[in-house]
Ligand binder design. Structure first.
Ligand code: GLN
Length: 235
């Protein structure tokens, strides 16, 4: 039995899982195992309650416009729970469609406005008969880390004042193809357009999310060996 146990909520994991975003859970488990930690996961979907005190981590994956519109109708039921989770500095990873739905709204490829949770300050516009598709590399200006991924989105996201980008675009399009930003960070919420999945290719982010979850759940624990864990090189 591992020393530490974490519970992860996979939000709408049965509807939002483009490009194998579920692989992020496999990557978290890979690093968690080396941190003497197990991760139990539960899909929280349409009509399920989200109880913030039952979870230490949340994954909110990407999806197609139709699935996003279905999810958007259910989101108000989970808004209060997710707000508490975020306010408590618990780690949440949101990819592509999930990233868009955490914000104020998303205008889909047909021009339809899909309301978001409004828990983060960004909004997402559409573009005319075009998608941003391809490999992308960014650099996190705060710690110098480079992240690699694959983007495929029609949405053009513009950040609000209370959030900062996950990185500056080195190659690729990023949030909107204009301002050189990619993704968003707000408290312990990490948002990105990266599939790949992001955590299999960028173990530094997986490690950060796990350490945050462990510090929150086991505040008195000595996590120095966990913090010293080497990560696989980015590729
Ligand atoms: N449907 C959204 C868009 O095209 C999100 C896509 C995704 O999650 N890969 O922008």
């Amino acid at each position: 039995m591992a020393k530490y146990q974490l519970q992860l909520a996979h939000l709408y994991g049965n509807l939002l899982n483009t490009y194998s975003d579920v692989g992020n859970i496999i990557a978290l488990r890979y690093y968690a195992q080396q941190m003497d930690t197990t991760i139990a996961t539960k899909v929280i979907s349409i009509d399920d309650d989200f109880a913030p005190d039952q979870f230490d981590l949340v994954l909110f994956g990407g999806g197609q416009d139709y699935e996003q519109s279905v999810v958007a109708r259910d989101l108000p039921n989970k808004r209060a729970g997710l707000a508490t989770f975020i306010d408590d500095d618990k780690p949440l990873l949101a990819i592509c469609g999930g990233y868009q739905l955490l914000g104020r709204y998303y205008i889909d490829a047909q021009g339809k406005k899909i309301p978001g949770l409004g828990l983060l300050d960004h909004y997402t516009l559409n573009q005319d008969h075009h998608r941003f598709i391809g490999d992308i590399t960014i650099k996190n200006p705060e710690n110098g880390e480079e992240y690699h991924g694959f983007e495929n989105h029609s949405g053009r996201t513009f950040l609000g004042t209370s959030e900062r980008p996950l990185g500056t675009v080195i190659s690729g399009n990023g949030n909107n193809g204009e301002d050189g930003t990619e993704g968003a960070i707000y408290k312990e919420v990490y948002c990105s357009y990266f599939h790949g999945p992001i955590l299999t290719r960028n173990g530094a982010i997986a490690k950060h999310l796990l350490l945050t979850a462990l510090h929150n759940k086991y505040p008195a624990a000595d996590l120095s060996s966990q913090a010293a864990l080497p990560i696989k090189p980015t590729f």
